[in-house]
Design a protein around this ligand. Structure first.
Ligand code: SAM
Ligand code: CA
Length: 222
């Protein structure tokens, strides 16, 4: 027994998978289809998806934004956990990858809850702000280009209601952030984001060691 976070080896991971993961058949099919295309490691893991669904239910979130949709796994975990009148705004630049997401949204009966903007996330977030949506979202998932994480976070914070939650993915970046020799642009961008967040007194945060690191952030200000 230890009071430090456990290192998860294959044996523990397999046990955890067997004992807690209840992946829906449709999500299993999406995972299988995504495995055959490029960059399939970008997809969140089943345990992370299940955890994010739990968060959405816990918060009773009705309005959410996802920045980085890829083939749709996380969007389905978010949207399926929201009530019938829920809205998830999805931002992604790849029509090729989101065509797969759209196919699965239709199969899951989620197309009425999801609005996809196929362009860089920045103008979509700016349009929401210009249209008066500041302070109106419950949940935001940031999982797109790492160089722009700080911008997405700042715009997301304006769109979020007080007490709302931002979840930021890949904040451990396969552990590279802890390696001072690693100066690759993605690593530097995540480090910059993590360092900035610690100084930010507008929020409370916690970095979870689920998946590739998932930072949860609560907005404490109006
Ligand atoms: N959340 C997804 C999942 O669980 O399957 C994975 C998202 S993947 C890590 C990152 C996505 O961000 C890619 O689909 C990519 O096309 C998208 N992306 C990259 N740059 C972007 C930008 N500037 N604006 C919006 N999306 C962007
Ligand atoms: Ca990710």
């Amino acid at each position: 027994m230890s009071n430090r976070t456990l290192s998860i080896d294959d044996r523990i991971y397999n046990y955890l998978s067997d004992v807690t993961i209840n992946e829906a058949e449709l999500l299993r099919q999406l995972r299988e289809e995504t495995a055959g295309i490029e960059y399939s490691v970008m997809q969140i893991s089943p345990e992370q998806g299940q955890f994010m669904s739990l968060l959405i239910k816990l918060m009773r979130a009705r309005r959410a934004i996802e920045i980085g949709t890829y083939t749709g796994y996380s969007s389905i975990c978010i949207a399926s956990a929201m009530p019938q009148d829920g809205l998830l705004v999805c931002c992604d630049i790849s029509p090729q990858w989101t065509a797969i997401a759209e196919k699965y949204w239709a199969k899951a009966g989620l197309e009425n809850k999801i609005e996809l903007f196929s362009q860089p996330a920045e103008p979509t977030l700016q349009k929401l702000l210009d249209d008066g949506a500041a302070g109106s979202f419950d949940f935001i998932f940031i999982d797109a280009d790492k160089q722009n994480y700080i911008m997405y976070y700042e715009m997301g914070l304006r769109l979020l209601r007080k007490g709302g939650l931002i979840a930021v993915d890949n904040t451990l970046w396969s552990g590279a952030v802890a390696d001072p020799e690693n100066t690759e642009p993605g690593t530097r961008a995540i480090r910059r984001f993590n360092d900035m967040l610690k100084q930010d007194d507008r929020i409370s945060q916690s970095l979870l060691t689920i998946g590739d690191g998932l930072t949860l952030i609560i907005k404490e200000i109006d």
